[in-house]
Design a protein around this ligand. Structure first.
Ligand code: ATP
Ligand code: MG
Length: 424
């Protein structure tokens, strides 16, 4: 039996889990304030869903999916991303019949990538999607919302890149220009790019191979091939971002790693996390609902990598501590142990917001006080035989130099509630 986690799959320990919760709560509050509602989706879907949506010749589908046969011989896959499931759920549940939906979800995603800092095999995303909206107003809203999110979280080392991939026809024209260009410089292409040249030449632009950067930089750009409607959509989006004072760079080589995108694509990138710079990425996918069997429905969304968000939050000075108890209840002797248990329960009833940690497993007065101190509690409540027999409790502040004072049981709730609200 190997007591080892799977490579690229991480435990999130309590210290870090506090940051995760803080960030998830903040993002949830924000997206819900913009009218997005939570939806929860399965982690496993039919493999076909991802092949059809993400695209057969993407890295994800070609080599990164966790795919297996279930006991019934069906091919299933651990979701590598959430948009496909979101659309599938919209169709399955009839959420898109003459309705528009603004939805968000979060949870683990799985990709068999090379694990490194900021790139894992199980990672987490927060996904925000608007289905049934043609934009460009919703495109702008989703980006402006994310800009507000960085401000709220005190994250400033991010910049916004946007691009337009046009409609399928203009993309086809661009594609053939790209094939011409890359065919002429074949000698300089790496193995992946050679393969993509035939099947999916746009993907070459997304190459992470440094040796490919020069060839890619010389390639024709999509923006020169945009159809009129997409060009208008893009300029309106830029106008809305300008009006909202959200700064951006147009990156004509931004194509994104999934095939379903059209028109608007964008990415929030940072230079603070080494080469794993994309923190939040999204785009429009107007053809996907129909492709997966629904009625034509324009849609757009973004996904944020939680691990990268957590790392960036720390780089920008964020520091969230797991909550400590307010009060640690020390009980010495059998009678006191029994009475302490009852007392803790009474206090939990009487002061519902407060955190009481009951000493468990006995121990000397000294060792219990040590535990109390280590717990980070602001106060120890002390019950010994004497306190039990005269109906008092010792109250000892742990974070400031102040002696233990006896408090009558009858006054305890009042005294404690006051102390806790003072220190809050
Ligand atoms: P990258 O270019 O870094 O591979 P991507 O384009 O594959 O990212 P998306 O599929 O758009 O990313 O996913 C959205 C977000 O999820 C990314 O911006 C990133 O923050 C995060 N992400 C993607 N893959 C991973 C991974 N393997 N580990 C951790 N986070 C990831
Ligand atoms: Mg990727």
């Amino acid at each position: 039996m190997k007591s080892q986690a799977i490579r690229g799959m991480n435990d999130v320990l309590p210290e870090e889990a506090a940051t995760w919760r803080f960030l998830l709560d903040a993002v949830r509050d924000l997206v819900e304030a913009y009218g997005y509602r939570e939806i929860q989706l399965p982690i496993v879907e039919y493999t076909e869903l991802f092949r059809r949506s993400i695209g057969d010749t993407t890295d994800i589908v070609e080599k990164e999916m966790y795919t297996f046969l279930d006991r019934n011989g069906e091919s299933l896959t651990l979701r590598p991303e959430a948009t496909a499931s979101m659309v599938r759920a919209g169709i399955t549940n009839g959420l898109l019949h003459n309705q528009r939906q603004k939805l968000w979800t979060s949870g683990p995603m799985f990709r068999y990538e090379k694990p490194q800092q900021g790139r894992y095999r199980q990672f987490h995303q927060i996904d925000v999607e608007a289905l049934g909206f043609a934009g460009p107003d919703v495109d702008a809203e989703l980006i402006i919302l994310s800009a507000r999110m960085w401000r709220r979280l005190g994250i400033d080392r991010l910049s916004l890149e946007i691009n337009s991939l046009g409609d399928p026809d203009s993309r086809a024209r661009y594609r053939s220009e790209l094939v011409k260009y890359f065919s002429a410089v074949k000698k300089e292409l790496d193995e992946d790019s050679m393969r993509r040249l035939e099947k999916n030449p746009l993907r070459i632009l997304d190459s992470k191979n440094p040796a490919m950067q020069d060839v890619v930089a010389g390639a024709p750009v999509m923006l020169d091939f945009l159809d009129e409607a997409s060009a208008l959509h893009f300029s309106q989006l830029k106008g809305l971002l300008d009006a909202a004072e959200v700064a951006y760079t147009v990156n004509p080589r931004l194509v994104r790693g999934l095939d379903y995108y059209n028109r608007t694509v964008f990415e929030w990138v940072t230079d603070a996390l080494g080469s794993q710079g994309a923190v939040c990425s999204g785009g429009r996918y107007d053809g996907l609902v129909e492709k997966l069997g629904g009625k034509p429905t324009p849609a757009i969304g973004w996904a944020m990598g939680v691990e990268r968000l957590v790392a960036l939050h720390a780089v920008c000075g964020g520091d969230v501590k797991p909550p400590a108890p307010d009060v640690y209840v020390v009980t010495v002797g059998q009678a006191a142990e029994q009475a302490g248990f009852e007392l803790s329960e009474q206090l939990r009833d009487a002061i519902p917001g407060a955190r009481f940690e009951q000493n468990l497993g006995g121990g000397s007065f000294k060792s219990q006080l040590k535990r109390a101190d280590k717990s980070g509690a602001g106060y120890a409540l002390i019950l010994g035989e004497e306190e039990v027999s005269n109906a008092t409790v010792g109250l000892k502040p742990l974070r400031k130099k102040e002696d233990q004072t006896p408090v009558a049981r009858a006054d305890l709730v009042k005294v404690l509630a006051e102390r806790l609200s003072d220190s809050a």
